[in-house]
Design a protein around this ligand. Structure first.
Ligand code: PLP
Ligand code: COI
Length: 341
């Protein structure tokens, strides 16, 4: 789609093609230099490992426009690191961190016209994918890979925007199990969440809160975001134990809460039962796409908890203002999180 035809003020999270993408190929044990090419389809063998055995990982990041018209990235090095951690879990080759950040910057520059204006609240979503393209029959890693980085202009992931969403705790489905791939951003982790998401949406919920598969007791995360709750005045989030994606927004929010808000923060097992007690006063989820999304209600079967009349809580709001303020450079970035394109 041509940039001129886009209404940046009413974007959701739909797929919109932009002009350019980055492609790099891995053959004979090394990555080539990579290049910017027009966005479009490419050929792949039907025997490609990613098509048959799901050997693919991805990342999600955003380029934002600041008040001053600059285009900035948020902690791109963390995405580079996580991409390599995910790749390592699927026996895929790693990609040089600096090369990754440069490639991301090149793609964003090539699609500059698609970065939504500052006052629209939108972003240019950046999607790096790393896939096993080499054909393989026995279940084993491919010998050839592709790294592709493409972009899509987006508005909020949850159409409600910075409004509270309704979530359902599932006792029927799990997302990840101990020893599995839950802490890696593998494509397959998401395939299994589509059916649960469809079913919960049909009941009027925005997403599912997954419990830990081992006990069906402790909160893992939301289908596409990490989970936070304010319990007894402390900011609590499920600890990383291999089944949860180590969110970059999650890590940033923990830092903002402890350093900027002087809050006590804790990473621990959180029983779903705690959410239904009076000590739990706020809940929200975090992610690149979700940013900070307040949770209005949490339902498990016949139990329903409503937070703050479905309005964003004070702490949620403060953290949202801090995070988005730093991300768009409205507030000075004391952490060195922002990188100009
Ligand atoms: N959890 C899952 C399953 C996700 O898909 C995402 C999104 O990337 C997150 C958590 C949040 O991670 P981040 O804050 O790095 O975007
Ligand atoms: C992100 O927040 O970037 C994600 O990857 C979530 C998503 C799968 C849309």
């Amino acid at each position: 789609m041509k940039a001129e035809e886009i209404d940046f003020y009413s974007l959701g999270f739909e797929f919109i093609e932009t002009e350019a993408m980055f492609v790099s190929d891995y053959k004979e044990g090394k990555w080539d230099e990579g290049r910017i090419v027009p966005f479009g389809p490419f050929e792949i063998s039907p025997g490609a490992c990613v098509l048959n055995y799901g050997q693919g990982v991805f990342e999600g990041m955003k380029a934002l426009k600041t008040k001053f018209g600059e285009i900035v990235l948020f902690r791109p090095e963390e995405n580079a690191k996580r991409l390599n951690e995910s790749a390592s879990r699927l026996l895929m080759p790693s990609f040089d961190t600096e090369g990754f950040i440069n490639a991301v910057k090149k793609v964003v520059k090539a699609n500059e016209n698609y970065v939504p204006p500052y006052d629209s609240g939108g972003a240019l979503y950046i999607r790096p994918i790393l896939i096993g393209t080499g054909p393989i029959l026995g279940v084993a890693p491919a010998t050839e890979y592709k790294m592709i980085i493409f972009t899509i202009p987006v508005g909020p992931y949850f159409p409600e925007g910075f409004k509270a969403i309704d979530l359902e705790i599932s006792k029927k489905y799990t997302r990840a199990a101990p020893g599995g791939t839950g802490s890696s951003k593998t494509c397959c982790n998401y395939a299994g969440t589509m059916k649960p998401a469809k079913e919960t949406k049909a009941k009027g919920f925005a997403q599912i809160i997954y419990l830990d598969a081992a006990n069906m007791e402790y909160i893992d995360e939301v289908g596409t975001a990490n989970f936070f709750a304010v319990i007894n005045g402390k900011l609590s989030t499920p600890m990383l134990k291999g089944t949860i994606l180590p969110g970059i927004t999650r890590n940033s929010v923990l830092e903002l809460a402890s350093k900027n808000l002087n809050m006590e923060v804790e990473e621990r097992d959180i029983s779903y039962k705690e959410l239904f007690t009076e000590s739990c006063t706020e809940a929200f989820c975090t992610g690149t796409a979700a940013v900070i999304t307040p949770i209005g209600t949490i339902t498990l079967e016949n139990n329903k908890k409503t937070f703050n009349n479905c309005e964003p809580g004070d702490i949620t709001k403060k953290l949202y203002d801090l995070l988005t303020g730093i991300q768009r450079l409205e507030i000075e970035d004391p952490y060195g999180w922002i990188e100009k394109v």
